[in-house]
Design a protein around this ligand. Structure first.
Ligand code: NI
Length: 386
């Protein structure tokens, strides 16, 4: 697979960086070692380094030698997941219960590769802005960087990012304009009844019966209330209650997630969930409280920026490997928050691993490293061509 020549020349180093990051994963906002490595590398290539942006985030600034021009951002995430790795890789995680199971070690490495290439080829007009983000996995790393005035301090006219994909063929790139990844809310529900002896339910108010009825009723929102042609997911992913065979507990708790593309669908689901909670509470004589947290915005790729990213990808992996048909996913990504502030685009790049993301046996095919680094470097070169 063709990659940029300079990047091909230091691919061994990219593999070494990625293996080191993989063996030493860090959970969101704890990426102290990772950001140290990123900052030291950037500094070694004469890139201006700004640390502790939004916690453990790092920003690198590289000015071209042809004077002022556009400011093009590239962003990668750095965090790992609370998963026990089950691969037998020689560089498997050395940290129990922590694993790069989403390939963010590779994303960080690819952005370092793009930065190194651009630092070696500074013959452009404008500025490259390298954004190494902490805590993508539902912990709000993008929002933390934005709250730390990321784009006020390091303005960008456009910003680009990528994610590895074990669901595409190696070297395939998927990028398209418009809604690409779903918005996401998390919810917590607490059902309070009245505890009693398991043999005398008539003197209590059973929160478990209410909880099971509630789970079933919530499933009617997507099937009966939202428009069939508008995507929505409602998953109850936790249910906790009780601790004994002969005790009806006082309380049951539920939790889960809602996914949607249209904001009005997200609002409709929340409204119906509140109504159903209230109704179930009345039906079963329990008190039902529900709380929502907005976790991820809908990720929307800019029309022209998706085109720029596709063009860069075509020059690396060839026309036939760049898929531009819309393939929105119900998964979520907090790069969406950065795209609310700055126009840009996100793409998926395939690799040889076939185990799903977030699986304990996930393996990132390393041939993706120079490809992703080349695509990122290329989009900056194209946009900053004098
Ligand atoms: Ni990820």
């Amino acid at each position: 697979m063709p990659v940029l020549d300079t990047i091909a020349a230091f691919t061994d180093d990219l593999v070494a960086i990625r293996r080191d990051l993989h063996a030493n994963p860090e959970i969101g906002f704890e990426e102290v070692r990772t950001s140290r490595i990123v900052a030291d590398r950037l500094a070694a290539w004469n890139i201006d380094v700004h640390e502790n942006i939004g916690g453990t985030g790092v920003v690198g600034i590289l000015e071209g030698t042809r004077g002022p021009g556009r400011r093009i951002g590239l962003r990668a995430d750095m965090d790992a997941l609370p998963i026990e790795e089950t691969t037998n890789l020689p560089f498997r995680s050395r940290k129990p219960g922590t694993m790069h199971a989403c390939g963010h070690d590779g994303h960080t490495t690819m952005l370092l590769g793009a930065a190194r290439h651009l630092a070696m080829n500074r013959d452009f007009a404008g500025t490259a802005v390298f954004v190494f983000q902490p805590a993508e996995e539902g912990l709000g790393g993008a929002r933390a960087m934005l709250a730390d005035r990321l784009f006020e301090r390091f303005p960008c006219d456009e910003i680009y990012g990528l994610h590895n994909s074990p669901y595409l063929e190696p070297g395939q790139v998927s990028v398209f304009p418009g809604e690409a990844m779903a918005g996401s809310d998390f919810f917590d529900i607490r059902i309070t009844g009245a505890g009693s002896h398991g043999a005398m339910p008539q003197v209590g108010r059973d929160p478990i019966v209410a909880a099971t009825a509630l789970v079933s009723a919530l499933q009617t929102i997507v099937s009966r209330n939202t428009h069939p042609l508008q995507a929505a997911v409602l998953s109850v992913t936790q249910i906790h209650a009780g601790a004994a065979y002969n005790v009806i507990p006082e309380e049951a708790t539920l939790a889960g997630t809602v996914r949607f593309f249209a904001p009005e669908v997200g609002t409709l689901v929340q409204t119906r969930m509140r109504e159903i909670c209230e109704g179930i509470g009345r039906s079963f004589g329990c008190e039902v409280e529900i709380a929502f947290r907005s976790i991820f915005d809908v990720l929307v790729n800019g029309e022209s920026e998706a085109g720029h990213l596709a063009e860069a990808a075509r020059s690396i992996v060839g026309d036939a490997n760049v898929l531009t048909d819309p393939r929105p996913m119900m998964g979520s990504e907090d790069f969406a928050d950065m795209l609310r502030a700055v126009p840009g685009s996100y793409c998926w790049i395939g690799h040889s691993g076939t185990v799903p993301l977030h699986n304990p046996a996930f393996v990132l095919g390393e041939e993706i490293l120079p490809v992703g680094a080349s695509v990122l470097a290329k989009v900056v070169e194209n946009r900053l061509a004098a």
